[in-house]
Design a protein around this ligand. Structure first.
Ligand SMILES: Cc1cc2nc3c(=O)[nH]c(=O)nc-3n(C[C@H](O)[C@H](O)[C@H](O)COP(=O)(O)OP(=O)(O)OC[C@H]3O[C@@H](n4cnc5c(N)ncnc54)[C@H](O)[C@@H]3O)c2cc1C
Ligand code: FES
Length: 244
């Protein structure tokens, strides 16, 4: 973990209440896709965790949805503003298990970390399929970017205003070597029940300290208690015990 000062290069609205922020700074501590950063905001005691969406040299891309005070403050920031960012947090995805045709399943603001994952899997020579789920067309983002990477991309919307009407689990293909998923917990549970293959789940739980010190994010697994922020946010399918 490293506390670095990043400078905002751009911060633009890309979908309903969803912003893409590009930051420049020391990214050397970000070692894996699926990791997250923790951003300090004036007047707020707790930092706000956001997944690494993309990384190119010293440029870090984040995509976030405005849901409360912290993300509202972020959305109002202009280029040139400096931010204190803890980097290199979390374990990230394990690419060794992907097989040659992995499936990536993202819902809402669970989609961003899958973008850097898709890039890395394609670099590895995998044929990547992606299912992106949103409530409605207004909330859609990154679908064109996944297509440009060469991913076989399917979009679902709950109201049917774009792509296939329904949930991500309504469009699961028959054949894939492995899966990676990130999204709201009800979606993760549905993916867990609907998938036959093995895979990895990234949890975007609420957090306290964000670096393993407060136990505020601990959850039970088959191998004992784990902290989502430090031992996760990525857990393997076989180790997850769902809370009722
Ligand atoms: C590892 C990790 C990665 C994340 N990555 C992203 C990302 O890439 N993009 C993104 O938009 N968000 C992401 N989140 C969620 C993001 O951290 C929260 O939305 C943010 O902290 C909310 O701060 P706030 O001050 O705006 O809202 P708050 O004032 O803290 O809360 C406002 C409302 O949002 C709800 N809320 C807050 N945090 C969460 C959460 N984690 N999950 C569900 N509901 C929540 C609260 O219950 C409340 O109703 C991630 C969270 C974690 C733990
Ligand atoms: S948030 Fe403090 S231990 Fe995870």
């Amino acid at each position: 973990m490293k506390d670095c000062i990043f400078t905002i290069k751009s911060n633009e609205l890309i979908a309903k209440s969803v912003y893409k922020m590009v930051l420049q700074g020391d990214t050397s501590n970000i070692t894996n896709c699926g990791q997250f950063v923790n951003i300090k905001l004036d007047g707020l005691y707790l930092r706000r965790p956001i997944s690494v969406c993309d990384l190119q040299g010293d440029m870090l891309t984040l995509i976030y949805k405005v849901v409360g005070k912290g993300t509202q403050l972020l959305s109002e920031m202009e280029s040139g503003v400096k931010l204190s960012v803890l980097t290199g947090l979390g374990n990230g995805y394990n690419l060794d298990k992907s097989g040659d045709a992995p499936l990536l399943i993202g819902g809402g603001v669970g989609v961003p970390p899958l973008y850097l994952l898709a890039k890395r899997l394609i670099e590895k020579g995998c044929k990547v399929s992606v299912i992106l789920g949103f409530n409605t067309k207004d909330e859609l983002f990154l679908d064109e970017e996944f297509k440009k990477l060469g991913c076989i991309t399917t979009v679902t919307t709950v109201d049917g205003s774009y792509g296939t009407k329904g949930f991500v689990t309504d469009t699961l293909p028959e054949n894939y070597s492995y899966f990676y998923t990130c999204g709201p917990e009800p979606m993760l549970k549905a993916v867990y029940k609907s998938t036959k293959a093995s895979g990895q789940f990234s949890f975007e739980e609420r957090m306290g300290c964000g670096f393993g010190a407060c136990m505020g994010c601990s959850c039970k697994t088959v191998t004992g208690c784990k902290r989502i922020c430090k031992d996760g946010p990525v857990l393997e399918k076989e180790e997850i015990l769902w809370a009722d």
